[in-house]
Each structure stands twice: as C-alpha cells, then as structure tokens.
Design a protein around this ligand. Structure first.
Ligand SMILES: Nc1ncnc2c1ncn2[C@@H]1O[C@H](COP(=O)(O)OP(=O)(O)OP(=O)(O)O)[C@@H](O)[C@H]1O
Length: 316
C-alpha cells in the first residue's frame, strides 16, 4: 500500500520575478486522498498544472506514476483524470451520448466503450438517468457526470480542482460520498478546495499552501498539534474532588486542565484521550457522569495559522 503516485522534489515554478511554487516537496501514495489548501494565489493551480504536464517547472522534479509530465505528457494524460470546478457538456445530448462522444475522442469504441460507460455511470450513481438530456441535470449531477467522464479512461489518479464549489449541501454530501467510494475502490485523489469542512471530511492528509510554499502538511491531527498546540478539547463531568484534578493532569498528552464548578473539567489534549480520561477518573475513585470531545477543526487551524503569520509579519 506504500506505492508512490506523486512525488515532487524542490519543485519550483517562476513567472519572471514571481515564484508561484517554491521548492515544493510532496509525496502522495496510492489510495490516499490528499487535499491542497490555501488562499487565492497560493500556488495550488500552478502545482496541478505541473502535475498534468500543462506547464513546465522552472526547477526541481515531478513524477506522476513514475512519469515526468513535462517529457511524457500524453502518457500522464492517459493515466490521470482531471476534473475542473465546472465541466462542460452538450446540454442537448443525453448523459450516455455525452460520454460516448468523449470516449470516441479518446479512441475507445464499440463494446468496450459501452461497458466502460455503463460502469462509469454506475460508479457515480447516474445509471437511472443515463438517457436523459444533460440540459435537465442539476449542478450536482453534472459534476458527478464529470467524474464519470474522467473514469472512462480508467485513471490511476484523479485531480479535482474545487469540485464542490457551486453545489448545494445535498449535492455536496453525494459528491463526498462518491469520493469515499472511489477511495474504497483504491483510487488516489488529489483535490484542491477552500471549503475546509469538506476537505476535512474526506482527506487523509492535507497540505497548506501559502505564497507558493507548502507551509504545513499532514493529517488534520498533525496540523492541529502544530498550529493549535493541544487541539482536542475534552469535557468531563465527574464527582471525585481534588484527586481528580491531579489524576487528569498526570495523563500523558494532556496540555491543560481547567475546572469550572465543582465537577466540570475542560481538558486540552494532544490526542483523543477520552478512554484514558475515563480510566483515570475511575482509578482515582471518581464517578464519571459525562464525557465529550470537540475534534480539531481544519477551519480553526487555517484561521489560526494565518493569524500567527500576520502577527509575525507585523512584528518583523
Ligand atoms: N501564467 C501566469 N503568469 C504569471 N503569473 C501567474 C500565472 N499563473 C499564475 N500566476 C501567479 O502565480 C501565483 C499562484 O497562482 P495559482 O493560480 O497557482 O494560485 P492558486 O493557489 O491556485 O489560487 P486560486 O485559488 O485563486 O486558484 C499567483 O500569484 C498568480 O497570479
């Protein structure tokens, strides 16, 4: 499962005096969902363009499925699917006719074409509307048809640029479910998005881009630890007096304990310590009445990172 799909080493793209991507080091493994995050102009699209072989790096190296996109763009194109934020289709044609058109452009014909179209429509949940005109489709259905188009060539990696930008909450939920199903089938996905709770919902790891550099990278838990310190907030209600306070502070990975009232404790921790906390309370002779946790949120990490950055910039 440790097969490298994308590998960038010191990847740099410079437009005259502007460094759009600055010495990017990034590895994405087979079966992962990796999220590219960052404000406008941070370098996400330029990175995607280099992965697809649509723009050449100024320096450094990039390998996609072991191929160099700048030298082998067609081989990369045949193995990597790209989904833009909005996909154009012929509104007067049905979903199946649109896919047939695309398949033929890609040299897929006959029985093979029919099989692939049927499979792709099934994967994205559009089999029932295969023969409806695309002009009647909602944005969510169009976007899923975009994924079906990408799946026609049976890619090994799919790159999605802001795939849920214009979708309503229900369509977003369906789209995120689709991403999870693709992952379950072994697909590797990179997606760029500003919609942090959605990224958090599906990505295994994320990279935060800022001014051309990837300034943070890891799981949401890793990033939370780095930016927020103790990121898990656990709330406990327990009877047991002062012994409990001490027992809670002694748990490894506990950053801070505050007691609010006689039996309510708020604990800041570096990991999800709910089980350790329950055990510590019982072992200290306490009676546990309630236990809940707030998981770290990517939007909080993101906001806090840029607040810190702004504070450093002002101090400098
Ligand atoms: N062809 C180009 N020529 C000159 N500068 C460019 C070109 N393409 C992008 N840039 C600049 O490179 C920087 C990175 O842009 P990029 O589009 O990669 O950012 P992004 O993170 O994708 O932002 P967005 O979320 O707005 O798409 C920006 O400052 C942009 O203005």
């Amino acid at each position: 499962m440790d097969e490298t799909v994308v590998e960038c080493r010191d990847l740099t793209k410079q437009y005259e005096s502007l460094v759009a991507v600055d010495r990017l080091n990034l590895t994405v493994r087979k079966g992962e969902i990796f999220g590219l995050l960052g404000p406008n102009g941070a370098g996400k699209t330029t990175t995607i363009l280099m992965l697809l072989g649509l723009t050449e790096p100024t320096s450094g190296s990039v390998r996609v499925l072991g191929l160099d996109p700048a030298r082998q763009p067609l081989s990369v194109k045949s193995r990597v699917g790209y989904l833009p934020d909005q996909v154009g289709f012929y509104d007067g044609l049905t979903a199946r006719e649109n896919l047939s058109y695309i398949a033929k452009l890609n040299g897929i014909r006959g029985r093979e074409m029919q099989d692939r179209i049927r499979a792709a429509l099934g994967q994205v949940g559009l089999s029932d509307v295969a023969d409806r005109r695309v002009g009647t489709f909602s944005r969510g259905m169009r976007q899923r048809l975009g994924v079906a188009e990408v799946l026609l060539k049976r890619p090994q990696l799919i790159i999605m640029d802001e795939p849920t930008l214009a979708l309503d909450p229900e369509a977003v939920r369906e789209f995120l479910d689709l991403i999870r199903r693709l992952k379950a089938d072994g697909m590797t996905i990179m997606l760029s998005s500003h919609l942090l709770h959605q990224v958090q919902a599906v990505c295994d790891r994320v990279g935060l881009f800022h001014k051309g550099r990837m300034v943070l990278e890891g799981t949401v838990g890793d990033l939370a630890q780095h930016v927020l310190g103790g990121a898990y907030r656990i709330h406990v209600e327990a009877d047991g007096g002062t012994a409990l306070d001490e027992a809670l502070r002694k748990i490894p990975d506990v950053v801070q304990v505050t007691c609010d009232g006689a039996r309510t404790y708020h604990i800041e921790a570096r990991s999800d310590l709910r089980a350790d906390i329950a055990r510590a309370i019982v072992e200290a002779g306490g009676r546990l009445l309630a236990l809940s946790a707030d998981m770290p949120r990517l939007d909080e990490i993101y906001t806090r990172y840029f607040q810190k950055e702004a504070a450093y910039a002002t101090a400098a």
